[in-house]
Design a protein around this ligand. Structure first.
Ligand code: FPP
Length: 250
């Protein structure tokens, strides 16, 4: 294993030196609200503890040599939450982008984001674009924040782009195939996730990466996201390594 940062994993859960590591891990960071409720705390405390968990898991991905980590930070449906929670989430995100910059640089992490980003509050978009630009030359882990994201709106945007090509006469309906759609997805620069982790026990995709998860291995843990650690990530990868991926073949 190539150690790329100063984080050390507990020896008991360290992956074997020759164990493969997924190239791309996606995470539905669920359970922040329940974590807070179980402790008699406001929901926002769950989200801020969730941000700490994200930091730890990102660092573990750097240590393990994972290429891409995509996390579901805010869905297009999350606007339905009370205004105070929405605004606290964006405040937290802005704080994360600013406070984590030195660590991202130190760990050679490139930050990217997917979703309808132009609809974000101006200050959030500004902070996001700043951190993306400042980390653009990094070539270690790519950390992809899904913000104002849903799989269906991503497909809507990609299909609209394909329709434009057809309307402009640069593509005919007969020529159209999956590759044309794929090149308009927000995720066109990265491989599909190998492993999807969902915390807090729910067995659903919640509109996350609907196209990209077609052949992804799923791992659901009852742990709330704020309690999820780097060692839990290693456990998920160990289970992933037991799976046989057949992609519909034998
Ligand atoms: C789901 O838990 C989590 C979210 C909607 C937001 C995820 C946000 C974070 C982990 C905070 C920090 C993120 C960044 C990028 C700084 P939930 O609120 O739906 O939990 P519940 O289902 O228990 O109510």
């Amino acid at each position: 294993m190539i150690v790329q940062s100063s984080v050390t994993l507990e020896p008991a859960t360290e992956l074997h030196e020759n164990s493969p590591v997924p190239r791309h891990i996606a995470i539905i960071m669920d359970g922040n609200g329940r974590w807070a409720k179980e402790r008699g705390l406001p929901r926002v405390n769950g989200h801020s503890s969730g941000a700490h968990a994200l930091r730890a898991v990102t660092e573990t991905c750097c240590v393990l040599g994972v290429e891409c980590l995509t996390v579901y930070a805010f869905s297009t449906e999350n606007w339905k939450r009370p205004a105070e929670e929405v605004s606290a989430l964006f405040g937290l995100l802005e704080h994360f982008l600013e406070s984590e910059l030195p660590t991202l640089q130190q760990n050679n992490v490139k930050l990217r984001a997917i979703g309808r980003l132009s609809e974000l509050p101006k200050s959030t978009l500004h902070a996001l674009e700043g951190t993306i630009q400042k980390t653009t030359a990094n070539d270690g882990l790519t950390l992809i924040l899904a913000i104002n994201y849903s799989g269906r709106t991503e497909l809507e945007d990609a299909i609209r782009a394909v329709c434009r090509e057809v309307a402009q006469g640069t593509l005919t309906p007969e020529e159209f195939n999956q590759a044309h759609l794929q090149k308009h997805l927000y995720t066109r620069d990265w491989p599909d996730p190998d492993l999807l982790i969902r915390t807090s026990g729910e067995m659903r995709l919640s509109n996350f990466l609907l196209w990209q998860l077609s052949y992804t291995e799923l791992y659901v843990t009852p742990k709330r996201w704020p309690d999820f650690t780097g060692n839990d990530l290693v456990e998920a990868i160990k289970e992933f390594n037991q799976r046989q991926r057949r992609y519909g073949g034998l």
